[in-house]
Design a protein around this ligand. Structure first.
Ligand code: G3P
Length: 220
């Protein structure tokens, strides 16, 4: 499973990149609004930091405007994936953009039918929002599993990108379901590698090694 960070923070992206396991980045207008600076420059800088798919979202709500913004976003850097909301105008725009060879991440997916239509329109990625479904007492991960099952029957060139993940267990469940990608906040990413037993175990190994070195030195 590919790991994406769901952030527009260059500080977080640079820190995470050092671990060598981040495959891409997803941003959205809300995440870019949290940062200071020109959003386009931030996107380009993200592309220069992580050599993988970097989603930048259109804000127009009509197909023509989405296509115009999508073309512009895609022209900023080869790594840019155009993020388009799953509404009827978004499907129209996706069909045009993918026909021109641009990669589209269809976002705000809350049902299997939306994912199916996104794939048919040529989207390269679909982003089911797990946490936001959980928020309204609907099991978000079941949507991910349903989309994977549907896509397994066909030949769409479309990856399932589990989004709106809020904690490590969401990441585990996305992997168990067979999601192609999980995108998560930096805070969640940092939790994935930590385990108190690893820290305790390492401390004990180092203590025992230190004791052995002391013994060897004293015996010499
Ligand atoms: O990738 C989508 C994500 O940004 C939404 O997450 O936590 O706002 O539902 P959240």
């Amino acid at each position: 499973m590919k790991i994406f960070l769901d952030t527009a923070s260059l500080k977080e992206i640079r820190e995470a990149a050092k671990l060598g396991v981040v495959d891409g980045i997803t941003t959205n207008p809300s995440l870019l609004a949290k940062e200071t600076g020109d959003p386009e420059q931030i996107l380009v800088e993200i592309c220069n930091t992580i050599d993988g798919p970097i989603s930048g979202e259109v804000v127009a709500t009509d197909a023509e405007g989405m296509v115009r913004e999508g073309r512009h976003l895609a022209s900023l850097h080869k790594n840019i994936v155009v993020k388009v909301p799953c509404i009827p105008e978004g499907l129209k725009a996706t069909k045009v953009l993918t026909g021109e060879g641009k990669r589209v991440n269809m976002t705000l997916i809350f049902s299997p039918t939306q994912a199916l239509l996104a794939a048919k329109a040529g989207a390269r990625y679909v982003s089911p929002f797990v946490g936001r479904l959980d928020d309204v007492a609907t099991p978000g991960m079941e949507l991910v599993a349903d989309i994977i099952e549907i896509f397994d029957h066909y030949d769409y060139d479309c990856e399932v990108l589990a989004a709106s993940l809020r904690h490590p267990m969401h990441v585990v469940e996305a992997a168990l379901a067979g999601a192609d990608i999980a995108t998560m906040p930096y805070a969640v990413f940092k939790q994935l590698v930590r385990h108190p037993l690893t820290d305790i175990g390492l401390e004990k190994f180092l203590q025992d090694w230190g004791a052995l070195q002391k013994e060897l030195k004293e015996g010499a």
